[in-house]
Design a protein around this ligand. Structure first.
Ligand code: GP9
Ligand code: MN
Length: 438
């Protein structure tokens, strides 16, 4: 069989947004610190429970004078959750419709990954910090294919009897333990912290709770979610304190994003009571609104504001690269810079449903569309708006093609046949951090 690389390439060639001069390169040669907020939903920002702020530090960061915040930013993962959020961030391609990209394809596929691009174009050193074992999601293999210089997994951190919970090291300890490595990294660096404590089933021991009183909905998972989110928030506050004290803050751009929901749709009616919404009228429109996750860019000197642009995880890589002054022309990346005037404003979920500024759009199994007006959450009778239906069909089909193209590129490992001009293919053998390869 022949592998048709040309057609996916042609289909993606027009996905390119002209950089916004105001932002292009404003973070050039700065360190980049990505903070992956595990299971963290935007709804937590500025939320109060029992008269306490759930996430006081992130709230302050959200409206900080040096932060650009995107309240209309959505996760776009399927079953691959964390792994597929990482995939979008590092590769600019979507994760998979079923299963985890990291587990299924990450160890064998060719990437033009963010760490490799930044190393080659701007001389960045790269590293990941994560409190779980390195073989989880095959990260120890996938990161080599992405060009990560270092991977500090659980084995690199001091551990005591009580230092782990759930999948691994508690977030506060992960940040603390990372410092001894971070300080030795060659600058500029591109590092990613993948937090872990705010993960289902959201367990936290009492000694790690600083007195936060959890809500009392009928669902205990929902109640506990607020406790671990509060803990994650406090761990970030400590880390920022360190960054400022050490002086690293002044030389860095910090990017925070939530990877996916923490509360699954079937528990959202319990959440509804805390949002002063009526659980009895809760529907798929409401579920879709809760797929918002944080996306914030914080940097000294950045003129901060809340940017209401609609976007999703697929847009993170081009956004970051543009801020660093790296043009992505010639790279197969399927999102667009959120700060560009050409940004594509239709956000596609991994199940192909859509959301944009005006509408939340679902395709039914019989082929018809359910379209909700974002203004009032009401279902629109498309019989009265034939042009709208036509327009939505076009957008849906275009995004379906985009997801299919991404799947083709990934499933057939097509990037092994395509190297952008000026990019040197990544050799996983150049990297050695297989402390426990199993
Ligand atoms: C595991 C962690 C969780 O190391 O990243 O992954 P998830 O269950 O959220 O996909
Ligand atoms: Mn996750």
């Amino acid at each position: 069989t022949t592998v048709d690389i040309d057609s996916p390439l042609e289909e993606t060639a027009d996905i390119y947004a002209k950089p916004n001069k105001k932002y292009f390169g404003i973070a050039k040669k700065k360190n980049v610190i990505i903070i992956h907020l595990e299971s963290f939903q935007q709804v937590l920002i500025n939320m109060r429970v029992n008269n306490q702020e759930v996430t006081p530090f992130l709230n302050s960061l959200y409206s900080d004078k040096n932060t650009i915040s995107f309240p209309n930013f959505f996760h776009e993962v399927g079953q691959g959750k964390t792994s597929d959020a990482e995939t979008m961030l590092e590769s600019g391609l979507f994760g998979l419709p079923t299963g985890s990209f990291f587990t299924k394809l990450g160890p064998t596929n060719t990437f033009q990954g963010a760490p490799a691009i930044l190393q080659q174009k701007e001389g960045y050193t790269s590293a990941v910090f994560h409190g779980n074992v390195g073989s989880f999601y095959s990260r120890n293999k996938v990161y080599k294919n992405m060009g990560y210089n270092y991977f500090f997994d659980q084995g690199y951190f001091d551990q005591t009897e009580n230092s782990n919970i759930g999948f691994g090291l508690k977030d506060k300890l992960m940040f603390q333990e990372s410092v001894k490595y971070l300080e030795k990294l060659q600058q500029p660096f591109y590092v990613k912290y993948i937090t872990l404590t705010n993960h289902y089933p959201f367990d936290l021991s009492d000694e790690d709770n600083d007195g936060f009183i959890k809500p009392e909905t009928q669902n205990n998972i929902v109640n506990n979610y607020f406790v671990t989110a509060h803990y994650l928030d406090a761990s970030l506050q400590e880390f920022f304190k360190y960054l400022k004290k050490s002086g690293l803050y002044d030389k860095s751009m910090i990017v925070l994003y939530g990877d996916h929901y923490g509360i699954s749709d079937d528990k959202n009616t319990a959440l509804a009571t805390l949002l002063n919404k009526d659980p009895s009228t809760w529907n798929k429109f409401d579920n879709a609104q809760l797929q918002r996750v944080p996306f914030m860019i914080n940097m000294k000197g950045l003129s901060g504001h809340v940017d209401n642009e609609y976007g999703g995880e697929i847009d993170v890589l081009p956004t970051i690269l543009y801020l660093l002054g790296v043009n992505t022309k010639g790279y197969i990346q399927l999102g667009t810079d959120l700060l560009s005037k050409d940004h594509n404003r239709n956000v596609v979920f991994r199940d192909n449903n859509l959301i944009n500024k005006n509408y939340t759009i679902f395709k039914n199994s019989n082929g018809s569309f359910d379209v909700y007006d974002n203004k009032d959450g009401k279902l629109i009778d498309l019989n009265n708006y034939p042009d709208l239906e036509k327009n939505i069909t076009q957008i849906y089909d275009k995004k379906q093609k985009l997801l299919n193209t991404s799947d083709t590129i990934n499933n057939k490992n097509l990037l092994r046949f395509y190297t952008p001009i000026g990019f040197k293919p990544t050799n996983p053998q150049d990297y050695d951090y297989d402390q426990e390869d199993n």
